[in-house]
Design a protein around this ligand. Structure first.
Ligand code: ZN
Length: 163
C-alpha cells in the first residue's frame, strides 16, 4: 500500500483515529496490495478486521480458549507474530498474549476511536490490524501487558508433536 493509499485507508476506516503520519509505513517497507487484492484474498470477516480495524465478537473466535502449542501467524501475510509460550488465559474472550514473538514483528498506533485511548497493534509486515495492547491490568504475567488479538487476524501453526 502506498503512503497516499495508506493515508486514505486510515481516513476511510477510522476518521477519528488521528493517526500520526510518521506511523504510516514508508513506501516499499511493507507488503503492498490494493484493497481489491486484499478483498479477493480474505474472507469478508477477515477483511473487516484486518483491513478495516474491526473487532470480532468476544468468545466467538477460533483461538480465544486455545492451549495448543505452536506459532501464530498473521492471517493476511503469514508473518510469525506470537507463540503459544506467551499466550495466557485472560478470560476476556479474545486470544491474549503478554508479548509478541519478537520486537519489530508488530507496530503500535495511538487509537482514540470510540471515546477510548488505546494502543492499536498491527502486523509490521503488512500493516493489518491485529488488536490492542493493554497494560497494568494485574494479570501477573511477566510484562503485565495484554495483547488482545482477534482470532480472525491469526492463523495457528501447530508445533510438531514432542516439541
Ligand atoms: Zn501481516
Amino acid at each position: 500500500m502506498s503512503t497516499a493509499d495508506n493515508r486514505k485507508y486510515f481516513q476511510a476506516a477510522d476518521p477519528l483515529a488521528g493517526v500520526p503520519l510518521q506511523d504510516v509505513p514508508k513506501e516499499g517497507q511493507c507488503v503492498e496490495k490494493t484493497e481489491a487484492e486484499w478483498r479477493e484474498e480474505l474472507t469478508p470477516e477477515e477483511f473487516r478486521v484486518l483491513r478495516q480495524a474491526g473487532t470480532e465478537r468476544p468468545y466467538t473466535g477460533e483461538y480465544w480458549d486455545t492451549h495448543t502449542a505452536g506459532v501464530y501467524q498473521c492471517r493476511a501475510c503469514g508473518a510469525e507474530l506470537f507463540t503459544s509460550n506467551e499466550k495466557f488465559d485472560s478470560h476476556c474472550g479474545w486470544p491474549s498474549f503478554w508479548a509478541p514473538l519478537a520486537e519489530g514483528t508488530v507496530r503500535y498506533l495511538h487509537d482514540r476511536t470510540l471515546g477510548m485511548d488505546r494502543v492499536e497493534v498491527r502486523c509490521a509486515n503488512c500493516d493489518s490490524h491485529l488488536g490492542h495492547v493493554f497494560e497494568g491490568e494485574g494479570y501477573g504475567t511477566p510484562t503485565d501487558q495484554r495483547y488482545c488479538i482477534n482470532s480472525v487476524s491469526l492463523r495457528l501453526v501447530e508445533s510438531p508433536a514432542g516439541q
